[in-house]
Write a protein that binds this ligand. Structure first.
Ligand SMILES: Cc1cc2nc3c(=O)[nH]c(=O)nc-3n(C[C@H](O)[C@H](O)[C@H](O)COP(=O)(O)OP(=O)(O)OC[C@H]3O[C@@H](n4cnc5c(N)ncnc54)[C@H](O)[C@@H]3O)c2cc1C
Length: 468
């Protein structure tokens, strides 16, 4: 047993929150604001998990920021998009919770010092409702509040390995590190994120992603999921893990990312770019969800796609951390540039004549309509006008599909109680964030995972307090 840790850890607190990402910080701050003592435990040496690696996009509806831009969005539209994106599988009570709480979550983040950038359109949104943040600014702001709170003890480099359960089946604490037990009067919130870094779990639930690139926080190996699963927790949406289209192939024509290399998510398609395969042929309507596009990309030769755009689109590059930072991807050598389409093709080994034909046909369709290959009608879900790829210089970006998040997991009720396989809540066990299943169903509306982490994290803490 590590004596330093023993000295640091309390023996008993009101609430234990596992995972120092967005959901964990939200839950801890909510409980602390109600005067409860919280132990926030983080497995790695750095708070932020997948949250700090993300593009920082939140999905909120009917906000002042949208209204200022003349974007008409409503709770009903938001709910309809969540249901549609999930393939009709979202648990209705979870969709209701998201819709009811989302504007309050937005204001709560702002009050906690989080800065939002101009609204943007992203995947599976009927209207532009992405409220972008810099994910580091987001987490630094929340972490500063955690550090400033006298009610929260934050301990990092310490992994929880087991839930402690009493004779009545109630969760009473956790085992952390080298066998150290901490008791919790109100229970435990599991906010340990997804399991994109656990190849075994990915293979178990989604073998078709065996060759996908893997992103996500290094600590995201499904620990909380396994702890609850061991106690009989039910799981939802497991077969629907999908990859995301647009992850950089840094070493193309090699198709793997070397250890320690940063893979980037870059998307030109929602600005008007197109995507082709190794035969220089388009393979889908590029305005569809990047998740669906990711699935289709994996069925293409070598699982490789190439996004193509021109200078008009390059001029719309938006700075990191959005996935629209085309300029930065170019500066990092992930994007290649040429003055004409044939030269562009040669840079990455595509057939120049075939690529010229593909781009010419697309441009002709944009001018005369409709898109004769795939019926594309807009930049994203029918929103925005298509643009011809006709203004030199031209750009090409070899990419593939990567598992950035798992978006499935523990079954919870609308109060974030973890539900077991018999349909009964496991007393004093709550979950929030990416570890939760039943929200994204078979698809994903961009920005909903970060928003969900805040909304569900705060809700889990409130339930724990009320249950006391
Ligand atoms: C490249 C990329 C881009 C993305 N872009 C977006 C986006 O723009 N919008 C969006 O909505 N979503 C996006 N996502 C998904 C989103 O970032 C995550 O779903 C979300 O951040 C999950 O938050 P969380 O708090 O549940 O988990 P995390 O932020 O991953 O935090 C979980 C934490 O738990 C810790 N932990 C794990 N096991 C233990 C243990 N046993 N004990 C203690 N701690 C433990 C981990 O180390 C980690 O720090 C993106 C993800 C990636 C990777």
């Amino acid at each position: 047993m590590n004596n330093d840790i023993n000295a640091t850890l309390p023996a008993v607190v009101d609430l234990i929150v596992l995972g120092g990402g967005l959901a964990g910080h939200s839950a801890a701050l909510e409980a602390a604001a109600a005067g409860k003592s919280v132990l926030l435990l983080e497995k790695t040496g750095q708070y932020g998990g997948s949250t700090v690696l993300s593009s920082g996009s939140f999905a909120f509806a009917d906000t002042a920021a949208q209204r200022e831009k003349g974007i008409q969005d409503t709770d009903e539209l938001l709910r309809a998009d969540i249901v549609k994106a999930s393939g009709g599988r979202v648990v209705p009570a979870l969709a209701d919770l998201y819709v009811q709480e989302q504007r309050d979550a937005y204001e709560w983040l702002r009050q906690h010092g989080v800065e939002f950038h101009p609204i943007a359109l992203s995947s599976n949104q009927g209207v532009p409702r992405t409220h972008p943040t810099d994910p580091w600014q987001l987490m630094r702001a929340l972490h500063a509040r955690v550090r400033a709170s006298r009610n929260i003890q934050y301990v990092d480099n310490l992994s929880a390995s087991e839930l402690v359960i009493d004779a009545s089946g109630s969760i009473t604490g956790v085992v952390a590190g080298d066998g150290h037990q901490v008791a919790a009067r109100l229970g435990v919130v599991l906010a340990t994120g997804g399991f994109s870094r656990d190849r075994e779990l990915i293979d178990k639930f989604c073998p078709r992603l065996a060759n996908a690139l893997v992103l996500g926080g290094e600590g995201n190996t499904g620990d909380g999921l396994k702890m609850a699963w061991k106690l009989g927790a039910d799981l939802l949406d497991m077969p629907f893990i999908t990859g995301t289209f647009g992850v950089s192939l840094n070493n193309y024509p090699r198709t793997e990312i070397d250890p320690g290399q940063e893979a980037r998510l870059t998307l030109s398609i929602y600005k008007g770019g197109i995507a082709v395969n190794k035969y220089a042929e388009r393979f889908a309507d590029e305005s569809i969800s990047y998740k669906v596009l990711g699935e289709i990309c994996l069925t293409q030769p070598d699982g490789v796609g190439f996004q193509i755009w021109d200078q008009k689109i390059m001029d719309q590059s938006a700075p990191q951390p959005t996935s629209n930072d085309l300029e930065d991807a170019y500066r990092k050598g992930l994007v290649h540039k040429a003055d004409d389409i044939a030269s562009l093709a040669k840079l990455v080994g595509l057939d120049p004549e075939r690529l010229q034909q593909t781009v010419a046909r697309y441009n002709n369709d944009v001018a005369e309509g409709p898109d004769t290959a795939f019926g594309r009608t807009g930049l994203g879900r029918g929103w925005g006008k298509l643009v011809a790829i006709d203004t030199a210089p031209f750009y090409i970006y070899p990419c593939s599909t990567g598992v950035v998040a798992t978006y499935c997991g523990l079954k919870v009720d609308a109060d974030m109680r973890v539900i077991d396989v018999r349909g009964t809540a496991i007393p004093h066990l709550y979950a929030a964030g990416e570890i939760v299943g039943g929200f994204h169903g078979s698809g994903y509306m961009s920005g909903s995972s970060l928003s969900k982490s805040v909304i569900f994290g705060r809700a889990a803490a409130r339930t724990a307090l009320e249950t006391a």
